[in-house]
Design a protein around this ligand. Structure first.
Ligand code: ZN
Ligand code: ZN
Length: 361
């Protein structure tokens, strides 16, 4: 992973945000900017300096991980809040307008910053400065997301035949998670969703003790993690094949499959996220199920499972080359169940490349 240059890109956006310096406190953003994977630290970003502050527990790890990040200084402090505040106070000397990550600082922390830690600076609530950089992935990031997707593909391929063995949703989810870990995932991306039969009408169903039966549609939404990067894929599988389904679930499969393909076909650099959402939504509306597609079409995927850009009817985002997004339309009909099909794709100038490749049939 080449993190050099990310700090400088952030420094270039300081003036436009009205900040003389920015305190990055959100650990995921610190990981993106520096490669640091520890659970305690701050990155102080000045116009020409990057100073990393952590405590002695992480000294060895920080030295090793920050080497390539262009960090100009590291301050190692004693663990605990008072040493942290003093180190931050020292950095703020002479800083007029200090940006803080408004999306990640609690009310109580903000009050401490304003009254105790940075009383001489004007605090500037900044939103999304690092997240905007994170939205466009470099080749090292795409490679990690793709590796995570490949592990998830293989895990589903290995355990899908078990759907015919009358496992519970929870037992199947556990086998899928174990297969991802055995395949090299450092963790699962999020709590795996397995929703069989009527449970499928709840988009975020928690796997239960319901036994998976022949004739069920099973919505399986899951992902693997590699180096902190997530994969995200949903497949809906008809247990016993499409012929085992009733007419309505069979039609749901066909409509969502067509909607999902239309959404993926619409993805390209320069296309508005709303156009991708509309491509999916039009197919589902034409089938008479507009009200049954109850969520947005997709989201960015990276160090967070949900990040910029947002693919939805209300999104202001325009797709750019290097965005990694999901396309995941669904139809949810109480009593019948649900169908969702989701791929993770990387946006290119001419279209996109699909990173999740498990079969949809
Ligand atoms: Zn998903
Ligand atoms: Zn998703």
């Amino acid at each position: 992973m080449d993190v050099s240059g990310r700090g400088q890109a952030l420094q270039a956006s300081l003036a436009g945000a009205g900040c003389d310096a920015l305190l990055v406190s959100h650990l995921t953003n610190i990981r993106y900017l520096t490669g640091f994977t520890g659970s305690s630290g701050y990155l102080w970003v000045g116009p020409t300096s990057l100073c990393f502050i952590t405590d002695g527990r992480y000294e060895e790890q920080a030295t090793e991980e920050l080497r390539a990040a262009g960090v100009t200084a590291a301050v190692i402090i004693a663990p605990g809040p008072s040493a942290t505040r003093q180190a931050l106070r020292d950095q703020a000397a002479g800083v007029g307008h200090l940006g803080i990550e408004a999306d990640h600082v609690s009310w109580a922390e903000h009050n401490r910053y304003a009254t105790d830690v940075f009383p001489s600076s004007t605090l500037v609530p900044s939103c999304g400065m690092v997240e905007a950089l994170r939205a466009v992935k470099d080749s090292g990031e795409v490679a990690r997301i793709e590796a995570a997707c490949t592990i998830a593909d293989a895990a589903l391929g290995a355990v899908a035949p078990r759907l015919e063995h009358r496992l519970t949703e929870a037992a199947f989810a556990l086998e899928l998670d174990a297969a991802m870990r055995a395949g090299g995932a450092e963790a699962v991306s999020f709590e795996t969703i397995v929703a069989a039969g009527p449970h499928g009408s709840r988009p975020h169903h928690t796997p239960s003790n319901r036994v998976i039966e022949r004739g069920d549609l099973v919505v399986i939404d899951f992902g693997a993690m590699i180096d902190g990067y997530h994969s995200d894929m949903t497949r809906t599988i008809a247990v016993g094949g499409l012929d085992a389904l009733d007419a309505t679930p069979r039609r749901m499969m066909a409509v969502v499959g067509e909607a999902q393909a239309a959404g993926v076909a619409a993805v390209a650099a320069g296309v508005s996220a709303t156009a991708v959402d509309a491509a999916c939504r039009e197919v589902i509306a034409a089938a008479g199920w507009a009200e049954a597609f109850v969520h947005g079409t997709g989201h960015g995927v990276g160090l967070d499972i949900h990040e910029a850009p947002r693919v939805a009817a209300t999104s202001d985002d325009t797709l750019r080359g290097g965005h990694v997004v999901t396309v995941e339309p669904g139809v949810y009909l109480p009593g019948h169940g649900g169908v969702r099909i989701e791929d993770t794709v990387v946006v290119t100038e001419s279209g996109c490349r699909t990173l999740t490749r498990a079969p949809k049939s």
